[in-house]
Design a protein around this ligand. Structure first.
Ligand code: NAP
Length: 439
């Protein structure tokens, strides 16, 4: 009888689910342990996509169908590196696929970045999306001016959240604490800062248009000429031009100030952020400008944080790999260890990009498994025994679905799509309460 392949996937975001799907679709005789450190699955779909983009979250239905396959054992609330080591996963599986994303905001590396009031998009987005790691975050919304650094789609999300009427966020799944804080926000001026030209911004036209369409939003350009002089009339440049040429709304509630060719030099303040210093990055001027502000959100990309012992390229923030095979050294790969998603290719692309990426990594796994005869391994059964011995309580998919119902019911009470469970202690309390309630 052929030996069943035992595979562990670490991380249940899009890359993790799509890898499981690719392995199952390829007809590999396998059992897959899907490990997730948080109380809930779905990774960036749940904790990264903005609350006012609910359609993008409907992809969780696809992930639920994948999770329903009996060959998958989902283990939530289990952190590799804390509850079980990577070496243990490797010892009990034929292949371990790291799909743990890029959760760390990149640093600008300028002075003052640790001041109170300066935070990365990883933290700010986690805050409004009720990420358990960011439950204690309190962005400084008591100053009329905020700065958003970077001009990708995350910067668009952050600007939109700062500039929108909080009513537009209600009814979805934003953290209640974030909704309350945004309702009392004094931010009226948001400075959006890019070091490059209008046409080089990383945001997409759709997201820029959505930001520009916010009611009551006026848009100003620090150097309007840059917009009209911008070289090729791409769709993005046309969108900037349309924004620059349009009249102000009849009643201005907030103003978005757009700065091109502007690179942060320093965050200034005594303990707390008071100002952002910018230099001209076009080469045309040497003068510096200062924006007085109480909040600065750096939206300049992310870095991976793989389990201990896994190499991470310091410059790119990804795990060195060849098509998904983790490279232990320049010369060769580390047998049986793979990577997928943002941890493999960096923080780029949309949710669907992870599908093709996962197919590539899954193909490496299958090619390596078919290359030689494999010895039987115990797989997730062995890991679950280890977890039991350590009094770690995994949240299986049925338990997650119970939490999901609880979140939705809790949302009903306050007109939201859901109110997310705050962390593992609350998740266990909800599950225990349900277990002790007579049916
Ligand atoms: P991104 O698209 O790579 O944008 C990063 C921004 O940071 C760029 O404007 C970049 O400027 C700037 N930057 C990087 N290093 C900098 C530095 N040292 N100083 C100043 N600026 C710096 O990344 P992202 O916005 O984090 O988005 C990540 C991925 O998620 C993207 O693929 C994005 O499209 C996707 N996403 C999609 C949606 C959506 O579809 N609605 C929403 C959110 C995110 P340069 O161009 O000058 O390098």
């Amino acid at each position: 009888m052929a030996v069943q392949a035992q595979i562990a996937i670490v991380g249940s975001g899009p890359a993790g689910f799509y890898t499981a799907e690719a392995l199952l679709r390829a007809g590999l005789d396998c059992s897959i342990g899907l490990y997730e450190r948080l109380p809930a699955p779905y990774g960036l779909v749940r904790y990264g996509v903005a609350p006012d983009h609910p359609k993008l979250k409907s992809v969780t239905a696809v992930f639920d169908r994948i999770a329903a396959d009996p060959r998958i054992r989902y283990c939530g609330g289990v952190e590799v590196g804390r509850d079980v080591t990577l070496a243990e996963l490797e010892a009990h599986h034929h292949a371990v696929v790291l799909a743990c994303g890029s959760p760390i905001g990149r640093q600008l590396g300028v002075t003052g970045e640790t001041l109170d009031g300066v935070m990365s998009s990883a933290t700010f987005v986690g805050w409004y999306n009720a990420h358990p790691d960011d439950a204690a975050v309190q962005p400084q919304l008591d100053h009329p001016t905020a700065a958003v650094i970077g001009m990708g789609n995350v910067a668009m999300d952050v600007c939109r959240l700062l500039c929108t009427d909080v009513g537009n966020l209600a009814g979805h799944d934003a953290a209640p604490a974030a909704l309350a804080a945004l309702a009392g926000s004094r931010v009226r001026e948001v400075h959006l800062i890019a070091r490059g030209a209008p046409g080089a911004a990383k945001c997409t036209v759709k997201e820029l248009r959505e930001l520009g369409a916010l009611p009551g939003l006026a848009v100003r350009f620090a150097r309007e000429a840059a917009v009209f002089e911008a070289g090729e009339p791409t769709d993005l440049v046309s969108e900037w031009r349309a924004l620059a040429a349009r009249p102000d709304p009849p009643y201005i509630e907030r103003t978005l100030h757009v700065h091109f060719y502007s690179a942060p030099v320093a965050f200034e303040g005594a303990g707390r952020l008071a100002a952002l210093r910018l230099r001209d990055s076009s080469g045309a001027a040497t003068t510096e400008r200062v924006i007085q502000c109480g909040l600065a959100v750096t939206c300049i990309g992310y870095r991976g944080r793989p389990p201990a012992g896994v190499p991470l390229d310091d410059r790119s923030g990804v795990v060195p790999n060849a098509g998904g095979r983790v490279r232990a050294t320049r010369a060769g790969s580390r047998a049986g260890l793979y990577v997928v998603g943002w941890l493999k290719r960096g923080p780029t692309g949309v949710i669907g990009t992870n599908r093709a990426d996962a197919v590539e990594t899954a193909a490496c796994v299958m090619e390596d498994l078919s290359g030689s005869a494999i010895e039987p391994r115990a797989g997730s059964a062995a890991i679950e025994a280890l977890l039991r011995a350590r009094a770690v309580r995994p949240i299986d998919f049925a338990a997650w679905q119970q939490l999901d119902r609880w979140e939705r019911e809790r949302g009903l009470a306050c007109g939201a799509a859901r109110v997310k469970v705050s962390g593992l202690p609350e998740a266990y309390a909800v599950l225990d309460a349900a277990a002790s309630t007579p049916a």
